[in-house]
Design a protein around this ligand. Structure first.
Ligand SMILES: C[S@@+](CC[C@H](N)C(=O)[O-])C[C@H]1O[C@@H](n2cnc3c(N)ncnc32)[C@H](O)[C@@H]1O
Length: 237
């Protein structure tokens, strides 16, 4: 099944750019954004939106996660993994940026530490195993649509129950922000997010043979100031 979903060189090159960015340039910013430390008003709206998104994705999982396995694909500093582990899940949390994985490990409460395995590496590595649930919160938003769909398909091939991921919806504000980003000097720029329309994404997923047997069960958009993200859940009937 894995071989039926070839990933393109564009996935590998973007992953390497993201590793550089999240591991070095943005590492401290991410650690701060994902903590309780004070942040600017704009970042506070992003933090609030991200909190709502994480709560939504966690709500989509069964209330009792005891005995279930979860892959947190692109776990960042680990907030979602820690919440899922608190609800009983056995979690494998992977991120391409080793410095963020190390922050996540340091933040793990001792009483649930044995329920989370932290990894620095590619979320698509088959060696990570198979899972009941896979969640990729805001970790595919920088990949072009075809790579996002390829990644979702690969993740699905390792999931027994659900795969939930978020994407940046194509909205007028995001289009303007995307265009404005091109005027900043290259060194200051975060890797651009790659907006995609829900209808376009949905059609691409429906047309992907490797996702036969999966359906798009639900989706929701979260908007909070400068944070706009749309979650989509794939499930097996
Ligand atoms: C916007 S952050 C979100 C982090 C976390 N999911 C959260 O919501 O707090 C995106 C994360 O995805 C990670 N990432 C991107 N591509 C990845 C890949 N191919 N494999 C593993 N992690 C990846 C980045 O290193 C970064 O930490």
């Amino acid at each position: 099944m894995l071989d039926r979903v070839p990933m393109h060189a564009s996935y590998d090159s973007q992953r390497e750019r993201l590793r550089d960015y999240f591991d070095r340039t943005a590492s401290e910013t991410w650690a701060r954004l994902t903590s309780d430390a004070p942040v600017s008003r704009i970042r506070a709206t992003v933090r609030a939106g991200r909190d709502r998104m994480r709560a939504t994705l966690l709500d989509w999982l069964p209330e009792d996660l005891g005995g279930q396995t979860l892959l947190d694909a692109g776990c960042g500093t680990g907030a979602l993994s820690i919440e899922a582990a608190r609800r009983g899940a056995r979690v494998v949390a992977v991120d391409i940026a080793p410095s963020l994985v190390s922050v996540a490990r340091d933040r793990t409460p001792g009483d649930i530490a044995d329920r989370i395995t932290w990894h620095a590496g590619d979320m698509l590595d088959p060696a990570l195993g198979v899972f009941d649930h896979v969640v990729a919160m805001d970790s595919l938003i920088h990949y072009r649509a075809s790579d996002m769909v390829g990644a979702a398909s690969r993740l699905a091939s390792r999931a027994g129950g659900t795969v939930a991921f978020t994407f940046a919806p194509r909205t007028p504000l995001l289009t303007v922000m995307h265009a404005a980003g091109q005027f900043f000097p290259r060194a200051d720029r975060s890797p651009a997010i790659q907006p995609v329309g829900l209808r376009d994404l949905s059609a691409r997923l429906s047309g992907t043979e490797a996702l036969d047997g999966w359906w798009q069960r639900r989706d929701t958009r979260i908007e909070s100031g400068f944070y706009i993200s749309h979650a989509l859940e794939l499930a097996r009937p």
